[in-house]
Design a protein around this ligand. Structure first.
Ligand code: C2E
Ligand code: MG
Ligand code: MG
Ligand code: MG
Length: 275
């Protein structure tokens, strides 16, 4: 009896796994066609100074509206795109679309585009970035690339070389989700980043936890002495913003300052909106 139950459970389990694997494969195939189907969209989240809330730039966040499933989270489809290699095509699309859009904005705001480790490991990235800047006419100084520590860990020599070439174009480089990897300090020592983005997990605890505050303070001091600006991610309340201000943090990003949203893409649209 118990044995039969186990056998049945295993059966169900295998059927489930099959179904899961199939669903994932299908999703991967759909993702490959998402660009052509026009299902990918860019959203922009504002980044501001802490003291006066001036706009310093916009982070570009990819959205996928699946024709049947609706919105699929990037936390789900980015890893899938990385596994299947589709991220190279998608990443190139994001970079090109973002630069094209930003070049048409009436204000010369900076954009920050997320890079996958897979893109960084791909040797043509510096050339691609250069080509897209030329093609879209976006000044290099208006582009920032966000990379996580895991990007560098994989093939350190090669990725650092690519980053140096990209930086030589005049593009700035930010280290994303800082403090969550296991070798943050080593990463900082290996490369002259322009900005540290402090992971939002610190922000969510900052009002309750003296430890989180101490870590933020230490990262700010580190940034000051290395001459790297520090942006705090995930600012959701006025209290958190006030706290950052009293600690002397330069910049912030989060729902309290603005949610990711599609942005008008042309001066014509701006004029139409103003009329
Ligand atoms: P990320 O680069 O760390 O992006 C910040 C994430 O935090 C975004 O999630 C954003 O919507 C969310 N966020 C912003 N402010 C707040 C806040 O105040 N509270 C909370 N709880 N969350 C906040 P999203 O858009 O779901 O993106 C998740 C991740 O997916 C990104 O993390 C990034 O790693 C990746 N991603 C998104 N777009 C791209 C892309 O175009 N290329 C690549 N390679 N990765 C991307
Ligand atoms: Mg990011
Ligand atoms: Mg981040
Ligand atoms: Mg993150």
């Amino acid at each position: 009896r118990a044995k039969a139950d186990v056998a049945r459970a295993v059966c169900f389990y295998e059927a489930d796994m099959d179904e899961l694997a199939r669903a994932r494969r299908d999703l991967g195939l759909d993702l490959r066609r998402a660009i052509d189907r026009g299902e990918l969209q860019l959203h922009y989240q504002v980044q501001t100074t802490v003291s006066s809330r001036e706009v310093v730039g916009y982070e570009v966040l990819l959205r996928w509206k699946h024709h049947r499933l609706g919105y699929v989270s990037p936390a789900e489809f980015i890893p899938l795109a990385e596994e299947t290699g589709t991220i190279l095509t998608i990443g190139e699309w994001v970079l090109r679309e973002a630069c094209k859009e930003a070049a048409s904005w009436p204000q010369p705001d900076k954009i920050a585009v997320n890079l996958s480790p897979v893109q960084l490991a791909h040797c043509d990235l510096p050339r691609l970035v250069h080509q897209i800047l030329v093609e879209t006419g976006l000044p290099a100084s208006r582009l920032e690339l966000e990379i996580t520590e895991s990007s560098i860990i994989q093939d350190k020599v090669r990725s650092l070389h690519a980053l140096r070439q990209i930086r030589a174009l005049g593009v700035t480089i930010a280290i994303d989700d800082f403090g969550t990897g296991y070798s943050s300090l080593d990463t900082l020592r290996s490369f002259p980043f322009d900005r540290i983005k402090l992971d939002r997990s610190f922000m969510s605890e900052v009002e309750q936890s003296a430890q989180a505050r101490a870590i933020i303070r230490a990262v700010l001091a580190l940034g000051k002495s290395l001459d790297i600006s520090v942006l705090a991610e995930g600012v959701e309340t006025e209290g958190q913003l006030k706290l950052l201000q009293s600690e002397g943090c330069d910049e912030a990003q989060g729902y309290h300052l603005g949610r990711p949203e599609p942005r008008r893409s042309s001066p014509q649209a701006d004029a139409a909106a103003a009329a």
